[in-house]
Design a protein around this ligand. Structure first.
Ligand SMILES: NC(=O)c1ccc[n+]([C@@H]2O[C@H](COP(=O)([O-])OP(=O)(O)OC[C@H]3O[C@@H](n4cnc5c(N)ncnc54)[C@H](O)[C@@H]3O)[C@@H](O)[C@H]2O)c1
Length: 387
């Protein structure tokens, strides 16, 4: 018997759109019928690359004509809330996978969850690493009591708290059963006019996050380049420790005889981004749409991670410990900038992902580099470097 085919559309034909397609290509129950991007050349290349029948430059037209049931939102952060709310209100849509960071501000994240709930649309945020074998194994070990009662996690990230930090905070929360945050203390520095995919970010920051049952995470961002990694962290418990990546786990406890590699059955495509990971994320969304369990990366869980990150900024803004739920619903870093609390050494604005800007690039060079085997991001970087 034929499995039901969900009609899928992709919004944003850039880098992460490729990982979503890798996932969809492994799932029988879906058929990607449309893609959309305001940049015509982006649509054309992506359509050809993945053999997608319909391409659009306007999202309303895509919704009207293609009537997708599942939508991947693969655009920059500041557009996540607006586009999620728009598509959630479209009648054919049953499920959404929106990229991380979910939104820049607590109110925006909540409005995405509300719009989806009101329209009975299932919203998953692409914290896809929750489906990697390393993180799943670590969760199993914690639940089996292998490290006793967990009390601390150490996270080190870079390229902005919102960009990588969202994965790490989300990952440690996943492994520890999505604990509820109680308060946070943060420190932030921003002395250069730094942006990441159009969003103002800090030069560096730290945060101490306190959860129920005296569990704490310490996160540092852009302070330890060599050690920084979105998917790599340690969890400590009363009876042992874990070192975790998406594909490897090491344990130290009373029976491990020092650090021991935990055996994990890895398959081809078990990667942090794309492959089996994005496929599993899609299958769980379909199961949720069909009445199964809530998705492990559901919007309300990701909204809590947004609040934790906003709390770190708000703590620095107020020089106070911030209790949850927090009062500030916007983007505290931006508020601090407006309030003149973060003095710049130079006003020159720069974006660490500015090379991804697809407008007015040398399209012939881009196509040649892609045809030669470079990934989207590699090709975009080369094109911008040669400008
Ligand atoms: N989950 C992960 O591990 C992971 C990894 C990388 C990026 N991301 C996230 O994915 C998002 C996109 O990042 P990227 O690296 O793919 O960026 P990108 O620049 O490579 O792609 C974004 C695309 O969106 C298009 N776009 C802009 N406005 C649009 C609109 N209104 N409608 C449709 N398309 C529009 C752009 O033209 C561009 O082609 C970001 O929020 C980023 O944080 C997540």
């Amino acid at each position: 018997m034929d499995k039901k085919k969900y009609k899928v559309a992709i919004v944003g034909c850039g880098g992460i759109g490729h990982a979503h397609m890798e996932g969809y290509n492994k799932v029988e129950e879906v058929e990607v019928i449309a893609c959309c991007d305001p940049v015509p050349s982006a649509v054309e290349y992506y359509k050809k690359e993945f053999n997608i029948p319909h391409g659009f430059n306007d999202i309303d037209e895509m919704l009207r004509v293609a009537k997708p049931e599942i939508i991947s939102i693969c655009v920059w952060h500041l557009l996540h809330d607006e586009i999620t709310i728009k598509v959630a209100n479209y009648e054919s849509v049953k499920g959404i996978i929106c990229e991380k960071p979910m939104a820049i501000g607590v109110e925006k994240a909540r409005s995405m969850v509300n719009a989806c709930e009101e329209n009975d649309v299932k919203l998953a945020i692409s914290h896809q690493r929750r489906f990697t074998p390393g993180w799943i194994k670590a969760k199993e070990l914690v639940e089996n009591g292998e490290i006793g009662i967990p009390n601390r996690a150490e996270l080190r990230v870079k390229d902005g708290l919102l960009n990588w930090g969202t994965h790490s905070i989300d990952g440690a929360r996943y492994i520890l059963g999505d604990p509820k945050p109680v308060w946070v203390v943060g420190a932030v520095e921003r002395y250069t006019n730094k942006y990441e995919r159009d969003t103002a970010i800090e030069d560096s920051c730290i945060g101490l996050i306190h959860f129920e049952k005296d569990l704490q995470f310490f996160i540092q961002s852009d302070l330890m380049d060599n050690e920084a990694d979105a998917g790599k962290f340690e969890i400590y418990g009363t009876e042992g420790f874990l070192k975790i990546t998406e594909t490897e786990v090491k344990i130290f406890n009373s029976s491990s005889n020092g650090w021991k590699d935990v055996h994990i059955d890895l398959e081809d495509g078990d990667v942090a981004i794309g492959g089996n990971t994005n496929a599993a994320q899609t299958r769980e969304l379909i199961n949720w749409i069909e009445g199964g369990n809530k998705h492990r990366g559901a919007g309300d869980i990701a909204a809590e991670t947004v609040e934790i990150m906003m709390g770190i900024y708000e703590s620095a803004r107020q020089n106070r410990l911030i209790k949850f739920p927090m009062q500030e619903k916007g983007y505290p870093l931006e508020e601090m900038i407006k309030e003149g609390k973060l003095e710049l050494e130079s006003k020159e604005k720069y974006d660490i992902r500015g090379f991804l800007n697809r407008e007015n690039i040398d399209e012939d060079l881009y196509s040649k580099l892609r045809d030669d085997g470079l990934s989207h991001h590699e090709a975009m970087k080369t094109v911008h470097d040669q400008n």
